[in-house]
Design a protein around this ligand. Sequence first.
Ligand code: SF4
Length: 292
Amino acid sequence: MKVVIADECCLCFGANRALSLAQEKIAEGKKVALFKQILHNKRTTDQLLNAGAVQKDNLDEITSGDCVVIRAHGERKDTFDYLKGKGIEYVDGTCPNVKAINLLVYGKNAEGYKIIIVGKYGKNGGKMHPEVAGTAGWCDDPIFVEDEEDVANIPLQYPKYYLVVQTTFSCEKANELIQKTRAFLENNGKHFEFRNTTCGAQKRINESAERLAKDVDCVIVVGGKNSSNTKELFNNISGKTKGFLVEGLEDVKDLVQQGELEHFEKIGLTGGASTVREELEEIKNYLETFKK
Ligand code: SF4
């Protein structure tokens, strides 16, 4: 059996940066409080907790002396205001791409635009994506759009609208929704501007996985099952070859035990934007060793 790792995969720049900031602060001996789930990756989060960090998911759990690490998804403006107001030390791990969207939305809101956020906002019982929740906290009562039905329901009482997109939302779907929103608003005499803020990192990981899928018998996608970009990666792959979604080595061992992988000669491995490359290397070693 041959195992090939995708040339572009795993921890994106933003997630890597937030992780490094947390590690640096732990190394400095700070009382690090990870504010909400820093990565959709249990193993890496556990490593931080074992190194001395603590998990805090609500502002009222934060105490003076904590050094709060804000994750790459970012946070609402009032979270930063709260920390500053209380004089609590924090490091802003918000991905610079996400921060740029937050500040764009803040500025456009102040200029009188009604903000539209395209992204997963918790429709049909789903959960609002944390980045969407963070961005929403930089403007007044934004309009959320996840599909065409939402476009048709955009309230029309505002003169001008500005649209941004969740960075990990599908770029193609975002383009479609932007065009539909533009048509809907302009046909109703409204002023419309937008920026397609989907992230290039995610696109490159998806494209690399698609290339890999053409060259192997199946692809194992490694990542948190609640990570939106990992799910998108898996859905993308599943349409092109046999795909498996796993959280880590233990899940791969289960697949092997169940005989799911025994017919494949060449297996591809890729990881979502919150997966560390080390995990893929371990899975590769395991699969290659196991078959020998
Ligand atoms: S996917 Fe892109 S925007 Fe999102 S955290 Fe990673 S680098 Fe930043």
